[in-house]
Design a binder for this molecule. Structure first.
Ligand code: SIN
Length: 282
């Protein structure tokens, strides 16, 4: 088995069959996941049950409330785009489930049908992004909290949810309307690595609570601008048999929507996480 660190974020694991890992291989994969928060696997041959079995090794499976589920395996959320659809799922920078009180650990995404070209997924590291900030800004951020919400994305008043509802790709708008909007630290101690990590994202972070509305918007824009610079983005090109496993607390992702007229189908399994803690410096 080979584990090669990627240029900007993550590591690519090859020469291993995820259906039959030895204890030693699983331990090496675990260590790499804790370190990088993002792993790519190539040339896998996992069917749905293998995908579920591998996912269960990392924790309990979160049954997605809003995505269309696989017809036989509710553990698998479908991330699909049909040739006649314009909008994709996940086509903006985000980290999944920050709108939950206890956000999910991460997701294991398997390619099932790919367009001839395009449909890459981009990733950035939220821990590296924090490291790059200047010390006074870091010190001010670690005292702050932010409110997150899924209502404007999945709720009944969201144009995105309404259009996706019609296509059958999203459900549960009423449930989304009832979500409490959780407050998380702006800088968390990452639950697996302990690293100081920025925990905000353009998809679901509504505002920084201790700042005025305009200051909060300006600060979020500034931080997002820092995080999403091209030179920090890892672009993953999917091939048949590719799997990506990302940590929602360590990375953001973005599904590129550049393959109109072609079908893309991915199977996503999400693993439950744990409560988040504020990073305490020193
Ligand atoms: C997602 O945001 O979970 C989907 C990512 C992708 O389809 O590449």
């Amino acid at each position: 088995m080979n584990i090669v660190t990627c240029k900007n974020v993550g590591a690519e694991v090859s020469g291993v069959d995820l259906r039959q890992l030895t204890g030693e291989q699983f331990h090496a994969i675990q260590t790499a996941f804790f370190r990088h928060g993002l792993l790519f696997f190539r040339d896998q041959n996992l069917d749905e049950l293998d995908h579920i079995a591998f996912s269960k090794r990392w924790g309990d499976i979160n049954i997605n409330r809003f995505f269309k589920a696989h017809s036989e395996h509710p553990e698998i959320a479908l991330v699909e785009k049909e040739p006649d659809q314009q909008q994709n799922i996940g086509g903006g920078w985000h980290t999944d489930h920050s709108y939950d009180e206890v956000p999910a650990l991460g997701s294991i995404l398997a390619a099932r049908e790919l367009p001839p070209e395009g449909g890459d997924t981009w990733f950035v590291s939220a821990a590296d992004a924090f490291d790059r900030l200047d010390p006074p800004l870091k010190n001010s951020l670690i005292k702050l909290t932010a409110t997150h919400s899924g209502k404007h994305v999945f709720g009944s008043t969201s144009p995105y949810a309404q259009s996706q509802h019609q296509t059958g790709r999203l459900k549960g708008t009423d449930q989304a309307d009832e979500l409490p909007d959780p407050v998380h630290p702006v800088v968390i101690a990452h639950p697996l690595s302990g690293r100081a990590t920025l925990y905000i994202n353009p998809g679901f972070t509504v505002r920084i609570n201790e700042l005025s509305e305009s200051e909060s918007a300006a600060m979020l824009d500034r931080l997002y601008g820092e995080m999403m610079r091209d030179e920090f983005v890892e672009r993953f090109e999917w091939k048949p048999g590719s799997i990506a496993f990302w940590d929602n607390r360590a990375t953001w992702h973005f599904a590129q929507n550049d393959y109109h007229g072609h079908r893309r189908e991915m199977h996503r399994i999400t693993i439950e996480g744990e409560p988040l803690r504020r990073y305490i410096s020193g």
